[in-house]
Design a protein around this ligand. Sequence first.
Ligand code: ADP
Ligand code: MG
Length: 238
Amino acid sequence: MAQLSLRGVTKSYGPLTVVHGIDLELADHEFLVLVGPSGCGKSTTLRMIAGLEDISAGEVRIGGRVVNDLAPGDRNIAMVFQNDALYPHMSVAENIAFGLKQRRTPRAEIARRVAEAARILEIEPLLKRKPRALSGGQRQRVAMGRAIVRQPDVFLFDEPLSNLDAKLRVQMRTEIKLLHQTIPTTTVYVTHDQTEAMTLADRVVVMNKGLIEQVGPPQELYHTPASRFVAGFIGSPG
Ligand code: ADP
Ligand code: MG
């Protein structure tokens, strides 16, 4: 059974349809990367999976269960955005623990999970700091820590590295890959960076104008692009 599935998922704003009936099935622990030009509907698709945006038509299932009518907090999904939106008045540890406190997770369990996330992300020395005392890369690690401690069924990333400089982007890319190996979690990762897509993905989904152009392992898209658009986007010679 697919861990996450989208069937005919559609988003319209009035007469304007921006996502046209997307079908996708993700296996348990799969790392799927969604790529495509700006405005093609990547964020809207993620936001519909997360429940931050209503679905105009179609169905989203997590672990076989239709979640269309579930609030974001009830979907057991964690999302990391480009702008991490940490709470400025809280310490790193408090930021990471916040979602668990809201869920009334026992105090000892919160402490255990925060410590574990900090160890995995190598941010133990930062736990008492405030977000303003962190670099961009450190802030993104904290945002990931906040996502990890929720032990979600599905991770959603929306261009999490696009505010970082090139060097840090490469480093964080490696860390995200390691993180996925350490805590294998079904993931949808949105980017417009082809290299990120090719290095991270089990499968890549190329979107264009609210439609899926092609889905497949990175090498397959590279060597046998289904269209000129995919070839141009993935950077293969064909
Ligand atoms: P991407 O993340 O691929 O850059 P988005 O999913 O953000 O694209 O946007 C897809 C399309 O939907 C864009 O054309 C955008 O202008 C449009 N869109 C997004 N949000 C709204 C909204 N609230 N009202 C109208 N159009 C929107
Ligand atoms: Mg976007």
